[in-house]
Design a protein around this ligand. Structure first.
Ligand code: ARG
Length: 578
C-alpha cells in the first residue's frame, strides 16, 4: 500500500522529466523501490537513476538531481523529504503521521486486508500433488502439494477463480504389469489391509521375476491391451487398485487439510489419444522412428517428443497434450500452473512447445512451477537406509511424534488431548514451512531439529509469536469507549511495524506473480522478528496513557491478524496458546 503509493509518485515525476529530456519511458512496475536496511537512509529508496543512466548520457547523480528537483515541486504531505545519497540513490522519508494513519486503514479491512479483486474471477488451473496410484505418495509429491496449495490460496486472495486439480497418474503399461502380477501372486485380503504397500510389492516382484522369465513382459502387455479394450475383469481390478490407493492418499490430504476441486486423471484422456495422434499426423508434424511415432523438436533445442511407443502404447507426454487441449477448451484459463519437480523440466518444455504449435491462438500462460529435491541432513536424496524413498505417512507421523515429545516436556500440565492437538499443528506447520521458506527451485534439507526450533526461521517461531501476542492481548483490559490515539505510536519500532504491516498486500502480489510463496514466508518471519523486539523493549502492559495503550493494543491485534492471514495462506494453523 505505502510502497505502491510512493511508486506512483516517483512515476508521475519521472514521466514529466523523461518527456522533457527525451529519456526512455518506464512502466510503474519497473520502478525499483527498496526498504533500506539502515534506517538513516529513509523509509524507502530507489535506484531508478542508475537504471536510466544505462540508456542516457548522464551519470546517475545528474539524473537523480533532475528527478528530485521535479519531485520537490510536488511533494505530497505523505512525504517529509526526498534526499539524494551516495552517487545517485534517492531516499524517501515518510511523514510519521501518514504511517500511523495506515494502521487505521488496515484495521478497517481486518480479515480481508491484502485481498483484492484484481483477478476479476479469471480462471487459473493449478495442477499439483498428482501422485501415481498403486505407488506411495513420496516427499516430492508432498512438496508439490504444499507449494501448489499455497499458490492456490495466494491467487484466491487476489480474486482469481482457482481450479485445484489433482491429476492422478492412473494409466500406462505399468498397470498391465500390475494386473498380471496380481493374477499370478495377488491376494485380495492383503491388498485390503495395506493397499499401496502390497501393490508396490507385487509390481516389484513382477520386475524381479522378469529377469528369469522374459515371457512375463508379453503377459503384462496383453493385460494392458485388455484393460485398454475394456475387458471387464481387468477394468474391475484396475478400478479397485485406484479406489484403494485413493483411500490412502485421502488420509494424507485430510491430515494436511487440503481439498481438490478435481481428480481428473490420466486415464480420462485415453479416448482422446487416437484422434490427437491423427491430428498430429495430419499437420505433418510426426515421423516414424523404429516403429514408434515421434515429433522432432530440434528447431526448439529440444529432444524429439515420443508420442507413441512401438507397441502402440500411449505415453505420459501424449496424455499431457490431450489434457492441455481439454483445459483450454473447457476452462479458457488465463494460466495453467504445473507444480512438478525440476526433473520434469524437458518434459514440460516439450509439452508447452507442442501446445504452442497445436494451438497458436491460445493465450493461456503455461508455467512449469518447478522445485528442487528434498535432502536428508547428509545432503543425500531423502530415502531409507535401503535406498528406498520414504513414504509420506511415515514422515508425517514422525513429525507429529517429535513435536509431541517437545510439547510433553514444555507443557507438562496440559491434558494429553491438548498436547496432541498442538503437536499436530506444530508438526504439519514445520513440514509445510520447510518446503515454503526458501525459493522453490532450491533443494531443501530435512532436519527435524532445525524445523522444530522455537527460535529459528520456522513456523513454530511464527506460531509462538502469534500465541505470545495473543497472551498480551488477553491480559490487557481493552476499554471500549476510549479512542485510540494513533499519533502516539511514535516509537521507532512502532513506525517500523506499521510500515511492515502495510506491505502485506504487495507481498501477496509478489509471491503470486513469481510463484514463490517464500516471499510471504520470509515476510512473516521479519514481521515476527520486529514484533518480538517490540514487546521485549516496549512494555505495553505497563502503559499508563490509556489512549496510547489502546493504539498499541490495536497495533498488536493487527499483527496477530496478519500473522494469521499469512500463515493461513501458507496452509499453516495458528493456535491461541502454545
Ligand atoms: N504423476 C506425475 C508424477 O508423479 C506428475 C503429474 C504432473 N502433472 C502433469 N500434468 N504432468 O511424476
Amino acid at each position: 500500500m505505502l510502497k505502491s503509493e510512493i511508486k506512483k509518485y516517483i512515476h508521475q515525476s519521472f514521466k514529466k522529466v523523461a518527456k522533457k529530456n527525451n529519456w526512455p519511458l518506464l512502466s510503474i512496475n519497473d520502478i525499483p523501490l527498496e526498504t533500506p536496511a539502515i534506517e538513516q537512509f529513509g523509509d524507502y529508496s530507489t535506484t531508478i537513476a542508475f537504471l536510466i543512466s544505462k540508456n542516457v548520457k548522464k551519470s546517475p547523480l545528474e539524473i537523480a538531481e533532475i528527478l528530485v528537483k521535479e519531485m520537490n515541486l510536488q511533494l505530497p504531505n505523505k512525504i517529509l523529504k526526498v534526499e539524494i545519497a551516495k552517487n545517485g540513490f534517492i531516499n524517501f522519508y515518510l511523514n510519521p503521521i501518514f504511517i500511523q494513519k495506515q494502521l487505521e486503514k488496515i484495521l478497517k479491512n481486518k480479515e480481508t486486508f491484502g485481498f483484492s479483486k484484481k483477478g476479476k474471477k479469471e480462471k487459473i488451473v493449478i495442477d499439483y500433488s498428482s501422485p501415481n496410484i498403486a505407488k506411495p505418495m513420496h516427499i516430492g509429491h508432498l512438496r508439490s502439494t504444499i507449494i501448489g496449495e499455497a499458490l492456490a490460496n495466494l491467487y484466491e486472495c487476489l480474486g482469481y477463480q482457482v481450479i485445484r486439480w489433482n491429476y492422478l497418474g492412473d494409466w500406462g503399461t505399468q498397470f498391465g504389469k500390475l494386473i498380471a502380477a496380481y493374477k499370478l501372486w495377488g491376494n485380495k485380503k492383503e491388498i485390503e489391509k495395506a493397499p499401496i504397500a502390497t501393490l508396490l510389492h507385487l509390481y516389484r516382484k513382477f520386475h524381479q521375476e522378469l529377469k528369469n522369465n522374459p515371457e512375463l513382459e508379453k503377459f503384462g502387455q496383453q493385460e494392458f491391451k485388455k484393460l485398454e479394450q475394456g475387458n471387464k475383469e481387468n477394468r474391475k481390478l484396475w478400478l479397485w487398485f485406484k479406489k484403494e490407493s485413493l483411500k490412502e492418499f485421502e488420509k494424507i490430504y485430510h491430515l494436511l487439510n487440503i481439498k481438490f476441486d478435481l481428480f481428473v486423471s490420466e486415464s480420462f484422456f485415453e479416448k482422446d489419444l487416437l484422434p490427437l495422434i491423427n491430428s498430429l499426423h495430419k499437420k505433418g508434424l510426426t515421423q516414424e522412428s523404429q516403429g514408434a511415432i515421434i515429433i522432432p523438436l530440434e528447431k526448439y533445442g529440444l529432444p524429439p517428443a515420443l508420442i507413441q511407443k512401438s507397441d502402440e502404447a500411449s505415453l505420459y507426454l501424449t496424455r499431457d497434450l490431450a489434457l492441455i487441449s481439454y483445459r483450454f477448451k473447457k476452462y479458457q484459463p488465463i494460466k495453467i500452473l504445473y507444480v512438478v519437480g525440476n526433473e520434469q523440466d524437458i518434459h514440460f518444455k516439450q509439452v508447452f512447445t507442442l501446445a504452442k504449435i497445436l494451438f497458436p491462438k491460445q493465450k493461456t500462460e503455461l508455467a512449469h512451477v518447478k522445485f528442487g529435491l528434498v535432502l536428508s541432513t547428509e545432503k543425500k536424496k531423502f530415502s531409507t537406509r535401503e535406498g528406498e524413498l520414504i513414504s509420506l505417512d511415515q514422515v508425517i507421523n514422525e513429525a507429529i511424534e517429535k513435536s509431541l515429545e517437545i510439547i510433553k516436556k514444555k507443557n507438562t500440565d496440559w491434558p494429553l488431548k491438548k498436547q496432541e492437538k498442538l503437536a499436530q499443528a506444530i508438526a504439519l506447520g514445520a513440514l509445510k514451512f520447510n518446503d515454503l521458506k526458501s525459493f522453490r527451485t532450491l533443494d531443501v534439507v530435512f532436519d527435524w531439529d532445525k524445523m522444530l526450533d522455537f527460535s529459528g526461521n520456522t513456523s513454530v517461531y511464527l506460531q509462538y509469536t502469534y500465541a505470545r501476542i495473543n497472551k498480551i492481548l488477553t491480559k490487557a483490559k481493552k476499554t471500549k469507549n476510549i479512542k485510540p490515539n494513533y499519533l502516539s505510536l511514535n516509537h521507532p519500532l512502532e513506525i517500523q511495524l506499521i510500515k511492515k504491516l502495510s506491505e502485506f498486500p504487495e507481498i501477496i502480489e509478489l509471491s503470486a506473480e513469481k510463484y514463490a510463496p517464500n516471499y510471504l514466508a520470509t515476510y512473516l518471519l521479519s514481521l515476527a522478528d520486529l514484533s518480538n523486539q517490540y514487546y521485549e523493549s516496549v512494555p505495553v502492559l505497563k502503559e499508563e496513557n490509556k489512549d496510547r495503550l489502546q493504539a498499541q493494543l490495536n497495533l498488536l491485534q493487527t499483527i496477530t491478524q496478519i500473522l494469521k492471514n499469512g500463515l493461513q495462506i501458507l496452509g499453516i494453523q495458528v493456535l491461541k496458546e502454545i
